[in-house]
Design a protein. Structure first.
Length: 301
């Protein structure tokens, strides 16, 4: 089902005043969610301004979120080259300097990160099982080895990925709780959750330039242009390198190793769910006052 409305790319080009009519509570939720999922390809083309039911304002809808849960940067050729991974035009909006909507703060102050992630990973596990039955083994190998259009038909979670997400959700909940009685801007939340990204965007938000120019200045070098808009230059191998270097032996042969993961279901939603349950067990032990030498799962940095 399609989403009615213009892409943010077209809005920035032809109707930038529409940004002043964006529903503030839905925008707060979207910006904060973006901080949690770390999109690699948050270009203007990947957002749609959808008119609300009364057509008096818009809500921004994120589409094409497959490049998510990226570290802030990736190391290519090991330590020799660093490439910024997380990109989002939302961080270029004037509304980054606005306070988080009180309704969003109230909701996020009351979330249960463990319960949310357990339900989500359970659903992903079912979806992952369905993926396995869509294609034969030979078809999966061919799709994975197709140059410039490589497709990996499983949901991949590397070690500590779910730990980092749980930690960020818990931190966001704490930030919202502490700011219940005082305003906190989206930019201030970014500073607390992702200091490196904050440093990247804070100066550009102080410039007297439009949103489109801000995105070009910060992220333009990571994109190619065509008639349809922006095309990320971060390819399949770049994204995999970010994830697979966390897995012993994963960097040696991408295709072979990923095929092995797909066949064994290692490093998928079930593995992530086990990791999450271990985190919860550690926290419960800490709450009960049981001494634990090192909470390894929560020490992800």
């Amino acid at each position: 089902q399609g989403i009615a409305g213009q892409t943010l790319r077209d809005v920035l080009e032809f109707n930038p005043s529409f940004l002043n009519m964006v529903d503030p509570i839905s925008l707060s939720f979207l910006i904060l969610m973006t901080m949690l999922i770390n999109p690699e390809d948050g270009k203007p083309d990947n957002y749609i301004l959808e008119p609300t039911e009364n057509s008096l304002c818009f809500r921004i809808i994120a589409i094409d979120n497959d490049h998510s849960f990226m570290p802030k940067s990736s190391h290519q050729e090991y330590w020799l080259k660093q490439k910024i991974q997380v990109k989002s035009v939302l961080y270029c909006l004037d509304q980054m300097n606005n306070p988080v909507h009180i309704g969003a703060k109230e909701h996020l102050s009351n979330i249960d990160p463990a319960s949310i992630l357990q339900n989500w990973l359970g659903s992903l596990s079912s979806i992952n099982s369905c993926f396995s039955g869509l294609f034969s083994e030979d078809e999966c190998c061919k799709l994975l080895s197709k140059k410039k259009e490589e497709t990996f038909l499983s949901i991949l979670f590397t070690k500590t990925m779910i730990s980092r997400l749980y930690e960020k959700m818990s931190s966001l909940k704490s930030i919202m709780e502490k700011s219940r009685d005082k305003p906190i801007t989206h930019l201030e939340v970014l500073e607390k959750l992702e200091p490196a990204l904050f440093e990247q965007y804070v100066n550009i938000l102080g410039m007297n330039v439009c949103v489109k120019e801000r995105f070009e200045i910060i992220n333009g070098s990571f994109y190619q242009r065509d008639a349809f808009g922006y095309k990320t230059m971060t390819n399949f191998q770049d994204i995999l390198s970010t994830m697979i270097y966390d897995i012993p032996g994963g960097s040696a042969d991408y295709a072979y190793f990923l095929q092995k993961i797909r066949q064994t279901n290692d490093y998928g939603p079930i593995t992530a769910l086990t990791e999450l349950k271990n985190i919860i067990a550690e926290i419960n032990q800490q709450t009960l006052g049981i001494e634990i030498d090192d909470f390894k799962l929560l020490k992800t940095e």
